[in-house]
Design a protein around this ligand. Structure first.
Ligand code: AP5
Length: 190
């Protein structure tokens, strides 16, 4: 099973990514988690992306592709596939990722575009800020992340629709309902 999640902040990429990974026994590869781990370990990469993460800016495409390509190839070759959460996030990343994936015969089978109204996304992220204290969950930064999604990530929906692998999911209902909608698309493939 090879799945890509495209969604604005707060739509539930992380929540649904874990559930998909468990159900279909494939690795959940979350680009934001990988970058936050680099920052926490204070690696060279972590130091170079810390300000982008804190400000809600995108990390440069080159660094993203360098970090994400090895685990994605390994997951597809050795662990039966992948569910990608947060990568690709720009059309350029999607083009570069597709080139590599085509070479290795591991192109994504399905892209799930999750979405919910902005006020729902804001409520969820402000709620999480109170519980988890993620540094990019300050309300002005949340708004900036949503703008970046609209400008730089949402164009991926057309990109994948043109490839005929896009499914849209309403991510507004409770998480179990969203999962049920996702599994009804993925079960026939799994
Ligand atoms: P990343 O970690 O990917 O953050 P994000 O896209 O802003 O997404 P979130 O984690 O905020 O939301 P989510 O959609 O995963 O929702 P979640 O399930 O957590 O990226 C962080 C940063 O890393 C970026 O800003 C950038 O700097 C950098 N980065 C990462 N990838 C990059 C890339 N490819 N290129 C460049 N830069 C990159 O849910 C949110 C909350 O809502 C939770 O509390 C959850 O419990 C709740 N919730 C979820 N679903 C529901 C539901 N259905 N009903 C009620 N509550 C729900």
């Amino acid at each position: 099973m090879r799945v890509i999640l495209v969604a604005p902040p707060g739509a539930g990429k992380g929540t649904q990514g874990e559930r998909i990974a468990t159900r279909y026994d494939v690795p959940h590869i979350a680009s934001g988690d990988l970058f936050r781990a680099e920052v926490a370990r204070d690696t060279v990469l972590g130091r170079s992306v810390r300000n982008d993460l804190d400000a809600g800016e995108l990390v440069p495409d080159r660094l993203v592709v360098e970090l994400l390509t090895p685990p994605v190839i390994q997951a597809a070759r050795e662990d039966g596939g992948y569910v990608l959460d947060g990568f690709p996030r720009t059309v350029e990343q999607a083009r570069l990722a597709a080139e590599v994936a085509r070479e290795h015969g591991i192109l994504a089978q399905v892209v799930l575009a999750l979405d919910a109204p902005e006020e729902v996304l804001l409520d969820r992220l402000v709620g999480r800020a109170g519980r988890e204290g993620r540094r990019d969950d300050a309300s002005s930064t949340i708004r900036h992340r949503l703008e970046i999604y609209v400008d730089q990530t949402r164009p991926l929906i057309d990109f994948y629709a043109q490839r005929g692998i896009l499914h849209r999911i309403d991510a507004t209902p409770p998480a179990d309902e969203v999962s049920a909608a996702i599994f009804s698309i993925l079960d026939p493939l799994g």
